[in-house]
Design a binder for this molecule. Structure first.
Ligand SMILES: *Cc1c(COP(=O)(O)O)cnc(C)c1O
Length: 422
């Protein structure tokens, strides 16, 4: 690779070749890593770079190397790193009031709920913080609906989920994961879930019983390796749920808010679920904000005392989230993801011919390269060229840059991908 010149940190988002100075023993990078390894739990296996600051699609490490972020914190920074409007919303609200708890009302929560409900075409919003908490909230709401509206006998409500799902890391959620690594020695697990193969509508039909209150689905299984459902599956799932009086819960934490080229990945098949579960880009990566969005018939069942969170719906988070949603609309992020992603997928399919490649797929700016061998060495190679990707499920390289990325920047990334996988 050429190491022509260093871009000044904070320079505008123009594609260029970053100068990559390899970390050496005794470097600042090594010192940070050693300290983290010594005192932090080792529940992740990050690439060995230490990010110091970021702007838009570009991140800069402590050695001064610049990279294009092709992960976007698992689609949490769809609006780009440190979006000026989000920084402004955060700073302004931080100096007014940050946390009231729900014991008292605040000025920011009403507009957040109204805006998000309207954007989803729904009636009610229940704000939480992390994605896993929002999934837990949806599970509780669906069970309560099952007992109080559908009339399921006490203690028998069942939820159908899919193999290879990823819905977060709480004990209830990992209890219905099919991934041994997520579950090992964390039991006993919560009963009430059954798993069927993703994309198999006949298996869903067979799994639904009179005790089924909900089907929980990711419209694309991102963590499992960007697994796409067969065409028509989401439509058929929605129809089946309606016919069997079962709620459809769409976990759009990673696919929602523009990532796949629509506001929601369900939109690709004209599907409106009964509950949306949102997180990640809901706050543009500024601050953890998640939410369940649904009808009054469902969320109206959660009265005082039934559910809560000290930080859920706090004024700092909701002020930032409302701005993050407005940025998505104003900057036409779903439309950008659609146009840029469609062109990029075609380009990558035309130009990547490495024998290790099994498939190049995806929708919008949720793309993936599946290999027949471990993806980690390829991610390491891309890192040295200034492109940050993280392997998922061992053999898949996910490509999900911030949705504010330009065609020029994507072309720059393509050249690096061709160097490694052409
Ligand atoms: C990230 C993710 C979650 C969990 O969100 P956290 O904020 O990490 O708890 C749940 N579902 C999906 C589809 C996700 O991508």
């Amino acid at each position: 690779m050429s190491a022509s010149r260093t871009l000044s940190p904070g320079a505008p988002n123009t594609p260029d070749t970053p100068t990559v100075v390899h970390a050496f023993a005794g470097s600042a990078t090594d010192a940070y890593i050693a300290r983290e390894e010594a005192f932090g739990a080792h529940n992740y296996h990050p690439l060995d770079l230490v990010i110091d600051h970021a702007e838009g699609v570009w991140v800069t490490d402590v050695e001064g190397n610049r990279y294009v972020d092709c992960l976007s914190a698992y689609s949490a920074v769809n609006q780009g790193h440190c979006h000026p409007r989000l920084v402004r919303a955060l700073v302004q609200q931080a100096s007014r009031v940050t946390l009231t708890s729900r014991a008292f009302r605040n000025t920011e929560l009403p507009a957040f709920c109204e805006t998000l409900a309207a954007l989803c075409g729904m009636e009610m919003v229940l704000p939480m913080n992390t994605g896993a908490e929002a999934v837990e909230t949806a599970i509780k709401a669906a069970r309560r609906w099952g007992y109080r509206v559908k009339g399921i006998p006490a203690g028998r409500a069942q939820i159908v989920a899919f193999t290879n799902n990823f819905h977060g890391r709480t004990t209830t959620i990992v209890g219905f994961s099919s991934e041994p690594e997520y579950r090992a020695d964390f039991g006993p697990f919560t009963p009430g879930f059954s798993l069927v193969p993703f994309g198999d509508i006949d298996a869903v039909r067979a799994a639904i019983t009179d005790d089924t209150c909900a089907v929980l689905v990711e419209p694309i299984q991102c963590e499992a390796g960007v697994i796409m459902p067969p065409d028509g599956f989401l439509r058929a799932l929605a129809d089946e749920c309606r016919a069997r009086h079962v709620l459809l819960i769409a976990d759009e934490i990673q696919t929602g808010l523009g990532r796949t080229g629509r506001r929601f990945a369900c939109d690709h098949e004209g599907v409106v679920p009964d509950l949306y579960v949102l997180g990640k880009a809901l706050s543009g990566g500024m601050y953890p904000v998640s939410a369940v969005v649904s009808r009054r018939e469902v969320l109206g069942l959660l009265g005082p005392g039934s559910h809560g969170s000290t930080f859920g719906g706090n004024p700092l988070g909701t002020a930032v989230a409302r701005e993050a949603l407005q940025v998505m609309v104003d900057e036409r992020l779903p439309e950008r993801a659609d146009a840029l992603g469609t062109a990029w997928l075609a380009e990558l399919r035309a130009r990547l011919h490495h024998p290790a490649i099994v498939d190049v797929r995806g929708r919008g700016l949720m793309l993936a390269i599946e290999l027949r061998e471990p993806a980690r060495p390829y991610c390491e190679a891309l890192k040295t060229l200034g492109v940050l990707c993280k392997e998922t499920h061992g053999t898949v390289i996910r490509l999900s840059p911030p949705l504010i990325v330009t065609a020029e920047e994507l072309a720059w990334v393509t050249e690096r991908l061709v160097e490694v996988l052409g």
